[in-house]
Structures are given as structure tokens and as C-alpha cells.
Design a protein around this ligand. Structure first.
Ligand SMILES: Nc1ncnc2c1ncn2[C@@H]1O[C@H](COP(=O)(O)OP(=O)(O)O)[C@@H](O)[C@H]1O
Ligand SMILES: Cc1ncc(COP(=O)(O)OP(=O)(O)O)c(N)n1
Length: 526
């Protein structure tokens, strides 16, 4: 269902926060975004330079222009800037309600940017509190904003300065007080607290906890606009589902992926934006796959030859990754290698489940038997190798890093492709793990041989990752890759054109995810 979501917020010409972030987040969840600008902000990833606030009458004209014409399914309010702007938005919401137009209102009480620049006049805090009490269904303050809201008395009263909130229990308690005072649900966000995980919780006005989620902290300085993005994602998801807890879980997972992909955007030299469209690669790959498919299937050689050619760019990107280059020459630090292996062990468990789905599919019996054997190998033999590497004295505390966001993105894709798509598509999705790995292992094995020859008789003769590399160049693994390739070729030969296209898209998507997996080991290890 497409929902029409209105963002009422300030601008960010570099696209990371405010209106642009809202529109990207709304689009990320399939919503139709609209925007009314409260303030024009000259800012970039390094900070805010100046703010221009157009007359309140013009703000009202913008709001009326939307509501006179379009049915609104949700409103997200961000930067208000001044008490007059907050009062104008409040008056418009009063009029909407009086006219019987009801929609959820999500208020992100933006006060100070992460750069430390003020985005709300200190004198406007009461007006924001009053707006929250009158209209907000959900409030999404960060900890500093929550402390300010908590410090306030009833609207109109001078407020006590809020105490700093520096632990999760104190934040939840403040959230409960603000929820009770405003009658709104409060999303308490622990992003600014230290720790490996980032907790968020939904607190209802009666003090009950509607949901609590925690995702791994992503190691990045590029967090500009996370608050804007989360609140507009919540607005879109709630308009779609009508359920706050589901909306939070989905939005939080997506935002963690957006943070994990943020460094790759390379926008600005300060605290850059997150990648709102990180999850759209699959759709883009499918369009590209369809666009690059040869016109006539009859003129092709092996189906997988064609796929191999179409994955050339991604394979080249994998070969050039710093991780692969340093793994090959043996200069990769051990902690990075072990962090990668920890994610790979998580991946293999899910891969084994994906292969089990194919083993239970409608594929011909020999194909099912092949995938059943693969499922056992992934769940046992290869993980033994991982455990040997991961079990060291430093790991005696047994810290399980959990599945990282990039790993989860890849495994979610494989489990969906093998569990919900025709088996031919699932087989194409699992092929890159066999085939790319076999190719990479063969290359690494040649590098290993060169390393041995060059250092013969020297003290540093042993390649630090020699035993691990050798295991993947095992003839059994190479044969399994060739067998999987043959299965996909045979399946494609019998399939209709839409299925072949879906197989190609699944293969190319999995290749891109393989690349992201190798590229992300530092983030996931975070
Ligand atoms: N480094 C990070 N890793 C994972 N999640 C993060 C990170 N930084 C912020 N978040 C999440 O982003 C969301 C926005 O939170 P927060 O940073 O508190 O808001 P704001 O941008 O308004 O200051 C929260 O869900 C928070 O947990
Ligand atoms: C126009 C505008 N609105 C809001 C913010 C602050 O955004 P937020 O999501 O709270 O993220 P940080 O910038 O604080 O990381 C803004 N900068 N500009």
C-alpha cells in the first residue's frame, strides 16, 4: 500500500538531514513523500552556517496547499526553529482535526544538531512541548532533547533545565515522564550512550514498554541525520502497518544497514549522511540484469557463461578490495582476519539453512541430494575450520560478536531466495558463494605458492593464512562449485524466460552481496 507522508522540516543542501533525509527515508519504505519547508538552513556535514526562516504566513500557505489537495496518511515534523513556526504548525493541525482529517503525527523535537549548532530558539521549547501535548502521537527526541522535554513543566511554564541522561534506565524513566506529560508515545533512543549495542524503546503514556530493540553499534562517524531518518521511516511504516512495535523493528534494522553503508557514500569531510537507499541494490540489480540480458536466449552459450561475464565488474571490485589484497600478501592483521571469520561463521550457518531449503524443494532428486550434502558441509566441516581459528587465548571470554548488518543482509537475501522463490532462482542465488569463493581461493592459492617459492628456507616461509587458504582450494570444493554451476545451467535450459531473468537477477545480486560481505568485515567486526 502506498502511503502519502508529509514532512514539515528544515532543509539540508547536502542531503543528509531535514527534508531531503525525510523524503529519502519515506521513499525507502515505498511511501510517497511530500515536504513543507519551515526553515532554510545553510549547513553541510561540518556544521550549520546560518538559518533563514520565511514568514509564518508563507509556511501556512505551503501547509494549506498540500492539505487542500492531497489526503495525508502521516505527518512527520522536524526542525521548527522558532516559537512562531511551532505555533503555525499547531494551528494548521488544529484546523485539520476540526475538519475531520485524522492522521498520525510524528514529532522529532529537533533542538541541536550533532555539530552542536542550535536548531531551535531556546524560547521556543515551550511551544514545542505544547505542540507535542496537543498533537503528537509519537515523539522521537534524542537524549539531549529528551532531557529538555523532561525538564519542562506544563506548557507555558518556565522549565527546569533537564539533567543529562547518561544511562539507559535514566533515559527510560525520563521517557515515561515525558510520555505521561504529553500523552504521546515516546521513542527513547540510546544512540548517544556508549556501548556495543544501540538500544531504542517505545514508551506509552501509561508507562508501559511497547517495544525495546537493540542493534549493533556501527563503527562510523557518518551519522548525520539519523534522527530525521528514523522518525520519517517510523511515520511511513506506521501509516502502512498501524503498529508501532513492528514499525520500530523494521525502521531500526533498515537504519543500521544505512549506517553500515554510510562510509561508502563519501559525502563531505565532516559527519556525513547515512545511505538511505542501501537496500535498493537488489531492485537496481534486477533492472540492470533485465537491461543487459541478451535479446535472444537461443544464441547464447552456457547460461552461467553469460552470468559470469555480467558479474565482471563486481568480481573486479572484489579482487581490488584491501581485505583481499592483504589476505593474499599475508599482511592482513590477525584481528581483522578473525573478525571476518566470525562473520563468515555466522554466514555459513545461514548458508547451510539456505541449502537445506533447496534440499527440500521441488528440484530433481540428484539436485536435492547435492544441496543436502552442501548443507551438511557448511554446517560442520567448514565451521570446524573457523572454530580452530577463532579459538585462541584472547577469545577465552567467548565473546560472540553476533551477526553484523551486512552479513544479515546477505543471509536474509539467501534465505528468502531459497525459501520463497522457485528452486531454480534459489540455486542461482547460492551459486556465487560456491563459484566466486572457488575462484578467489584458486587465485589466493597461486599467491600462496609464489609466497612459498620466494621465501623458501627463510624464517618467514609460512604464509600466516596458508592453512586456511589451502582448505578452500581443495579439489572437493572446486568440484562442488562446478557441480552447482551445472545445476544452474540445466535448470536455466528448462526454465521459461521470466524464471531465467529471475535467476540472473538472483545470481548478480548475490555477487554484489559477496563483495559487500568482503568489504564490510571491519564494520561488522565493530
Ligand atoms: N553508530 C551507530 N550505530 C547504530 N545505530 C546508531 C548509531 N548512531 C545512532 N544510531 C541510531 O540512530 C537512531 C537515531 O538516534 P540518535 O543518534 O539518538 O538521534 P539524533 O540523530 O536525533 O541525535 C537511533 O536508533 C540510534 O540508536
Ligand atoms: C534541517 C535539519 N533538521 C534536523 C537536523 C538534525 O538532524 P538529526 O537527525 O537530529 O541529526 P544530526 O544532524 O543531529 O546528526 C539538521 N541537522 N538539519
Amino acid at each position: 500500500m502506498t502511503v502519502r507522508v508529509l514532512s514539515i522540516a528544515g532543509t539540508d543542501p547536502t542531503g543528509g538531514a531535514g527534508v531531503p533525509a525525510d523524503l529519502k527515508s519515506i521513499a525507502a519504505f515505498g511511501g510517497y513523500g511530500m515536504a513543507v519547508v519551515t526553515c532554510l538552513v545553510a549547513q553541510n556535514t561540518r556544521g550549520v552556517r546560518s538559518v533563514h526562516t520565511p514568514p509564518a504566513s508563507f509556511l501556512r500557505e505551503q501547509l494549506d496547499a498540500v492539505s487542500d489537495d492531497v489526503t495525508i496518511d502521516a505527518v512527520k515534523i522536524g526542525m521548527l526553529g522558532t516559537a512562531e513556526v511551532a505555533a503555525t504548525v499547531r494551528a494548521w493541525l488544529d484546523d485539520q482535526r476540526n475538519a475531520g482529517r485524522v492522521f498520525p503525527v510524528i514529532l522529532d523535537p529537533v533542538m541541536v544538531a550533532s555539530s552542536g549548532d542550535r536548531l531551535l530558539d531556546a524560547s521556543a521549547e515551550d511551544a514545542v512541548r505544547a505542540l507535542a501535548a496537543a498533537h503528537a502521537d509519537l515523539l522521537t527526541p534524542n537524549l539531549a532533547e529528551l532531557a529538555v522535554l523532561d525538564g519542562g513543566g506544563a506548557p507555558g511554564e518556565a522549565h527546569r533545565p533537564g539533567e543529562a541522561l547518561d544511562d539507559w534506565d535514566a533515559a527510560l524513566a525520563a521517557g515515561r515522564r515525558v510520555a505521561a506529560a504529553t500523552g504521546s508515545i515516546v521513542l527513547v533512543k540510546g544512540g548517544h550512550l556508549p556501548g556495543e549495542r544501540t538500544p531504542d524503546a517505545l514508551v506509552a503514556p501509561d508507562g508501559s514498554l511497547l517495544a525495546e530493540v537493540a542493534e549493533p553499534r556501527v563503527s562510523t562517524r557518518n551519522t548525520h541525520g539519523t534522527g530525521c531518518s528514523l522518525s520519517s521511516a517510523m511515520a511511513t511504516l506506521y501509516a502502512r502497518t498501524g503498529a508501532w512495535p513492528y514499525s520500530l523493528r523494521a525502521a531500526k534494522r533498515w537504519l543500521t544497514g544505512a549506517l553500515a553503508a554510510a562510509d561508502g557514500l563519501r559525502v563531505g569531510s565532516g559527519s556525513g549522511p547515512v545511505h538511505h537507499g542501501h537496500h535498493l541494490d537488489a531492485a537496481v540489480d534486477a533492472y540492470v540484469a533485465a537491461a543487459t540480458a541478451p535479446d535472444s536466449p537461443g544464441t547464447r552459450g552456457r547460461f552461467t557463461d553469460d552470468l559470469w561475464e555480467r558479474s565482471a565488474v563486481v568480481r573486479q571490485e572484489i579482487d581490488e578490495l584491501e581485505f583481499i589484497v592483504r589476505l593474499t600478501d599475508g599482511t592482513l592483521p590477525q584481528d581483522r582476519f578473525r573478525a571476518y571469520l566470525a562473520q563468515d561463521a555466522q554466514y555459513l550457518q545461514a548458508y547451510s539453512r539456505a541449502l537445506s531449503s533447496l534440499a527440500a524443494s521441488a528440484a530433481p532428486a540428484p539436485v536435492r541430494a547435492f544441496f543436502a550434502r552442501g548443507a551438511v558441509t557448511a554446517a560442520t566441516e567448514e565451521t570446524i575450520l573457523h572454530r580452530q581459528w577463532l579459538r585462541t587465548d584472547d577469545d577465552a571470554d567467548g565473546g560472540d560478536p553476533g551477526i553484523g548488518p551486512v552479513t544479515a543482509r546477505y543471509t536474509d537475501f539467501l534465505l528468502a531466495a531459497t525459501g520463497r522463490e522457485p528452486w531454480q532462482v534459489g540455486a542461482a542465488a547460492v551459486l556465487p558463494c560456491y563459484w566466486l569463493y572457488a575462484e578467489i581461493a584458486a587465485t589466493l592459492s597461486r599467491a600462496l605458492e609464489a609466497h612459498r617459492t620466494e621465501r623458501r628456507g627463510r624464517d618467514d616461509a609460512a604464509h600466516p593464512y596458508g592453512t586456511w587458504l589451502a582448505a578452500y582450494d581443495d579439489p572437493g570444493f572446486q568440484e562442488a562449485a562446478a557441480a552447482c554451476r551445472a545445476i544452474v545451467d540445466d535448470a536455466a535450459a528448462d526454465a521459461d524466460e521470466p524464471t531465467r531473468q529471475a535467476m540472473a537477477a538472483a545470481f548478480l545480486r548475490a555477487c554484489a552481496l559477496e563483495r559487500d560481505f568482503f568489504a564490510a568485515e571491519v564494520v561488522d567486526a565493530g
